[in-house]
Design a protein around this ligand. Structure first.
Ligand code: PEP
Length: 244
């Protein structure tokens, strides 16, 4: 049995007051899923303190460097995240792939850097609208996974999370139908090999409390990576409650 996981990705939103209010308002008492909150770097320590006090969620980073340390101005290493009591880190989000030109090979190095210090990478994969319209969804997802497979042992997937995030569904209000998402999730699981059945595979793309239950009812959808709707503590908690 896989435990469900719901992760909040605040992206570059919020400030100190927002973060303090969010954690005060976050009510996860009746939630059985694992919950992760990924704030911007400056609020990681604040989030980690709230996580320790509440004991109901873990903290994640939104990005990390593939380098371990050194002269890399502006970068944040896996060790630094660990030092801030971070347990998860998002790698390969489509906004990093498109705005910052992160290749699948660089994303794979970040995945390895995270695991080297026992952080759990949340690897994002997904196709653009054009790729989808041309019927290339599975090919794109397979090649994004392949870049990671090329540099890890199969067993390493067990210490990771995969998020299927169709790019056309991120921040657009459009979601893949539960059936469409399920078929890609099933495909991803087969691509992970023998350990596939043990890996949490999340769906991401305009998930809200109103559409979460139908998505989570699918056999291979183990939770969600949530952007916009994670900026409202009550709405986010509603999504967490839908994950059983
Ligand atoms: C995301 O950025 O990972 C995401 C899924 O965003 P949204 O929920 O806003 O579509």
């Amino acid at each position: 049995m896989r435990i469900s996981l719901v992760a909040a990705n605040w992206k570059m939103n919020g400030n100190r007051t927002f973060a303090e209010r969010f954690f005060t308002d976050l009510e996860l008492e009746s939630v059985s899923a694992d919950v992760v909150v990924c704030p911007p770097f400056p609020y990681l320590s604040l989030a980690a303190r709230a996580a320790e006090e509440k004991g109901s969620f873990a903290v994640g980073g939104q990005n990390l460097s593939h380098e371990l340390d050194g002269a890399f101005t502006g970068e944040v290493s896996a060790h630094m995240l660990l030092d801030c009591n971070v347990r998860y880190v998002i790698v390969g989000h489509s906004e990093r792939r498109s705005f910052y030109h992160e290749t699948s090979e660089l994303v794979a190095k970040k995945f390895v850097a995270a695991q080297a210090v026992n952080l759990i990478p949340i690897l994002c994969v997904g196709e653009t609208l054009q790729e989808r319209d041309q019927g290339h969804t599975l090919e794109v997802v397979a090649s994004q996974l392949q870049a990671v497979k090329a540099v890890i042992e199969e067993d390493a997937w067990k210490r990771s999370v995969v998020a299927y995030e169709p790019v056309w569904a991120i921040g657009t209000g459009k979601t893949a139908s539960p059936e469409e998402a399920q078929s890609v999730h099933k495909f991803i699981r087969t691509q992970l090999g023998d350990v596939g059945s043990k890996v949490q595979i999340l769906y991401g793309g305009s998930v809200k409390s109103a559409n979460a239950s139908a998505l989570f009812a699918q056999a291979d959808i183990d939770g969600a990576l949530v952007g916009g709707a994670s900026l409202d503590a009550r709405e986010f908690a509603g999504i967490c409650r839908a994950a059983v």
